[in-house]
Write a protein that binds this ligand. Structure first.
Ligand SMILES: Cc1cc2nc3c(=O)[nH]c(=O)nc-3n(C[C@H](O)[C@H](O)[C@H](O)COP(=O)(O)O)c2cc1C
Length: 350
């Protein structure tokens, strides 16, 4: 099944493998480099590539050395990347990642913002190593609208840069999930409290992006019940069920396996368009496997995303097709910002 084609929005994907978004922290001045273009072009046989998290505005930058998509210079730099992927026959979405409270003034130049003035209680990456996450500044209602607009503006810029679409990062404890969460979101206005209040920011952001670039070019990533970055959520099946029902009919949802399979299967049933599943979730000890992918496709997923397997296997599709062994996943020391371990993994040597 993994190697059959699938219609995603207006795109015909040649297979059901998605390269999962992975931050690699190798941008220069907030821009992807020529190496970034090589890295993604090497992986262009994936049915779809979703890029590393890309900040939609300055305050949304969560990690050091990540790229943005909010200036003309960044658009020009991304154009080189999207051209390289398209020249190799691929398709690529940008992941719009607003870190919210998961950030640091030494990274973004601003005090991070969030739904409420509540810190994660964990540490964040900074140029001088891990540091405690600061207390964010709670967004006033008018400022919430500004962050929604930032997603829409960045989506327009992403399309201008040649991306086939964008994925809103609603997972892993960043801004969108902070609004969903009862720990990060203690608001008493229309953006908190009830389920309808908690899902409102996610829905408004998706609607604004859809209005900006068209529903067929939009997806959202979610990690129901995921607990990293100090996230606590109440009544996960209801929260995410109501969210999926309230979203406009975008191209896809991209779910991490962060909750019981029966909850995921119920969410699958009530979602009308494409459903991407990431078996490895929030970096479980064992990375997503081919067998897990085939099982989830049999259970109703449309596409399967692979993260770590793509680090050292640019030709993952070909390796699955021919039953070739996979190159071993590299250690964490090359995941972020290292001089090696990026574009230096060859295709299988026959
Ligand atoms: C180096 C690295 C960076 C990651 N960065 C992101 C990211 O920017 N956005 C995101 O949604 N997930 C990110 N993830 C999570 C992956 O997309 C994926 O969900 C996770 O690795 C589990 O899937 P796997 O078992 O296939 O690797 C990252 C994972 C890794 C290993």
């Amino acid at each position: 099944m993994l190697l059959t084609s699938h219609q995603l929005g207006n795109l015909t994907l040649p297979n059901r493998l998605v390269m999962a978004p992975m931050t690699r922290s190798r941008a220069v001045d907030g821009k992807p480099t020529a190496e970034t273009a090589t890295y993604y072009a090497q992986r262009a046989t994936a049915g779809l590539i979703v890029t590393e998290g890309v900040q939609p505005n300055e305050v949304g930058q969560s990690n050091p050395l990540t790229p943005g998509v909010h200036t003309d210079e960044q658009v020009a730099a991304w154009r080189v990347v999207t051209d390289a992927v398209h020249a190799n026959g691929g398709r690529i979405f940008a992941q719009l990642m607003h870190g919210g409270r998961v950030g640091h003034p030494e990274v973004a130049g601003y005090q991070p913002v969030g739904p409420s003035a509540v810190a994660t209680g964990t540490e964040v990456f900074t140029p001088t190593g891990m540091q405690p996450a600061p207390v964010p500044r709670a967004l006033a209602v008018a400022e919430v609208a500004d962050q929604v607009a930032a997603f829409a503006d960045a989506a327009r810029k992403a399309v201008e840069a040649g991306f086939d679409g964008v994925e809103l990062h609603g997972a892993n404890g960043y801004l969108i999930q902070q609004f969903l969460s009862s720990s990060a979101n203690q608001r008493t206005d229309g953006y908190g409290g009830s389920v309808a209040g908690r899902i409102r920011f996610a829905v408004e952001a998706v609607e604004a992006v859809t209005d900006a670039i068209g529903a067929e070019r939009v997806g959202i990533r979610l990690s129901p019940g995921g607990q990293i970055q100090g996230i606590v959520e109440e009544d996960v099946p209801t929260l995410y069920g109501e969210l999926l029902k309230a979203l406009p009919g975008i191209a896809y949802v991209h779910l991490l396996a962060t909750v019981d399979d029966d909850v995921l299967l119920d969410l699958r049933k009530l979602w009308p368009t494409s459903f991407i599943l990431n078996p490895g979730g929030q970096i479980s000890p064992v990375e997503s496997t081919r067998e897990q992918g085939e099982r989830w496709l049999a259970n109703g997923a449309d596409l399967i995303s692979y993260g770590r397997a793509y680090l050292a296997n640019p030709d993952l599709v070909e390796r699955f097709r021919l039953g070739l062994p996979l190159a071993e996943t590299p250690g964490r020391e090359t995941w972020f910002g290292a001089p090696t371990g990026y574009v230096d993994y060859p295709s299988y040597q026959h």
